[in-house]
Design a protein around this ligand. Structure first.
Ligand SMILES: Cc1cc2nc3c(=O)[nH]c(=O)nc-3n(C[C@H](O)[C@H](O)[C@H](O)COP(=O)(O)OP(=O)(O)OC[C@H]3O[C@@H](n4cnc5c(N)ncnc54)[C@H](O)[C@@H]3O)c2cc1C
Length: 288
C-alpha cells in the first residue's frame, strides 16, 4: 500500500506550521504520530497534497499544572500519560485508561493532539477529556481560542478545528473533593478498538449524596456520547445499588449505538448497562 504523491514540510516553529496551514487549508494535513493518518493515506482514504510534519515542535511536548489545571501539549505522546507522576497522583482516570489504547509501540508514537483531532468515536482520549470537563486550545496564524470538549467533538472524525487552526494544548480541571472516577471497556482482544466503553465521574457531598455525575460512552454514537439523563437521575441520591441500577438502565435507553461487524446495537446496549453499573459502583467506592 502506498500513498498518493504529496509534498512534505517539517517546520521548526509553530508560526511556520500555522502559516503553511493558513496558506494551503484543507489540502494540508498535520502529521503528528502518524498512527492514524499514515494508514489512511496508504489506503487512499486521506489524500493530502501537503503534509506538515509537526514532530519538530518540541515546545508542544509537555505536561504541567497551571493554577491547579492540568495542561498537556498537543505533541505529548499518549504513553506519557500512563507514567507521569503528576497525572497519576491527581488525574488517575488518565493512567487507568491509557493501557486500553492500542499497544505500547503505538502509544509511544501517537500524540494526545492527534488522538483528539482524529475524533474517532471509538477512541478513549476524547471520552476521557469529555468526562473530565476538559477544554482544548486551538491556534491559527491570526489568534487562538479555547473550546470545551462538549463542543469540540462534532461528529464522526469531525471536530470544531477550523481549516487554518491547529490543536496546541489541552486543559483538564482539578477534580473537586470526594470525586471518584472509573473507566471500563470491552474489546475482542486487548489493544483492539473497544466494542463499547464508559468513563464515569462521580462527586459526593458531605452527606454522601451525589452532587455531580458524568457518564460518557465510547463507540455508542458518532462522538463521545454523554448519557445526561442517567447522570441527572443520580443527582441528590445516595448512590446505592438501586440508584446505580436505575442510572445504568437510563443510560442504555438514551444511547443509540450504531453496531458493527463485531457487535450488534442490542449487544452494545447490554454492554452499556453492565459497564455503566460496574463503573459507577467503582467510582462511588473511590469517591468514598
Ligand atoms: C493498530 C492500531 C490500533 C489502534 N488502537 C487504538 C485504540 O484502541 N484506541 C485509540 O484511541 N486509538 C487507537 N489507535 C489510533 C492511535 O491512537 C492514533 O495514533 C491516534 O488516534 C492519532 O494520533 P497520532 O498522533 O498518530 O495522529 P496522526 O495519525 O498523525 O493524525 C491523525 C489526524 O489528526 C490530525 N492532527 C494531528 N495532530 C493534530 C493537531 N495537533 N492539530 C490538528 N490536527 C492534528 C492529522 O492531520 C490527522 O488528520 C490505533 C492505531 C493503530 C495503528
Amino acid at each position: 500500500m502506498k500513498p498518493a504523491p504529496f509534498v512534505y514540510h517539517a517546520p521548526t516553529s509553530l508560526g511556520a506550521a500555522l502559516m503553511l496551514k493558513a496558506e494551503h487549508g484543507d489540502e494540508a494535513k498535520f502529521l503528528a504520530g502518524g498512527q492514524s493518518l499514515i494508514p489512511a493515506m496508504n489506503f487512499r482514504i486521506a489524500n493530502p497534497a501537503l503534509l506538515v510534519d509537526v514532530n519538530k515542535l518540541a515546545a508542544l511536548d509537555y505536561i504541567h499544572v497551571v493554577a491547579g489545571e492540568l495542561r498537556i501539549g498537543a505533541l505529548t505522546r499518549v504513553q506519557r500519560l500512563e507514567h507521569d507522576p503528576l497525572v497519576r497522583a491527581h488525574w488517575p482516570l488518565l493512567p487507568e485508561t491509557v493501557p486500553h489504547i492500542a499497544h505500547p509501540q503505538i502509544r509511544n508514537r501517537s500524540t494526545v493532539g492527534g488522538s483528539l483531532a482524529h475524533a474517532d468515536p471509538a477512541a478513549e482520549l476524547p471520552v476521557i477529556l469529555t468526562a473530565l470537563g476538559g477544554r482544548l486550545r486551538l491556534q491559527s496564524s491570526t489568534g487562538e481560542r479555547w473550546v470545551g470538549a462538549d463542543d469540540f467533538f462534532v461528529s464522526l472524525f469531525t471536530t470544531a478545528i477550523a481549516t487554518d487552526e491547529m490543536l496546541v494544548e489541552v486543559a483538564i480541571p482539578a477534580a473537586p473533593a470526594r470525586t471518584g472516577t472509573a473507566f471500563m471497556e470491552v474489546a475482542r482482544r486487548h489493544g483492539d478498538y473497544a466494542m463499547l466503553g464508559v468513563a464515569v465521574v462521580v462527586t459526593l457531598d458531605a452527606a454522601g449524596a451525589c452532587s455531580a455525575a458524568r457518564l460518557i460512552f465510547l463507540n455508542a454514537g458518532d462522538r463521545p456520547m454523554n448519557a445526561q439523563r442517567a447522570a441527572a437521575a443520580l443527582l441528590g441520591q445516595l448512590p446505592g445499588s438501586a440508584a446505580i441500577e436505575a442510572a445504568a438502565s437510563s443510560a442504555t435507553e438514551e444511547l443509540e449505538p450504531m453496531g458493527s461487524v463485531h457487535a450488534t446495537p442490542a449487544y452494545q446496549r447490554h454492554l452499556a448497562r453492565v459497564l455503566a453499573r460496574r463503573a459507577l459502583r467503582l467510582a462511588v467506592q473511590r469517591a468514598n
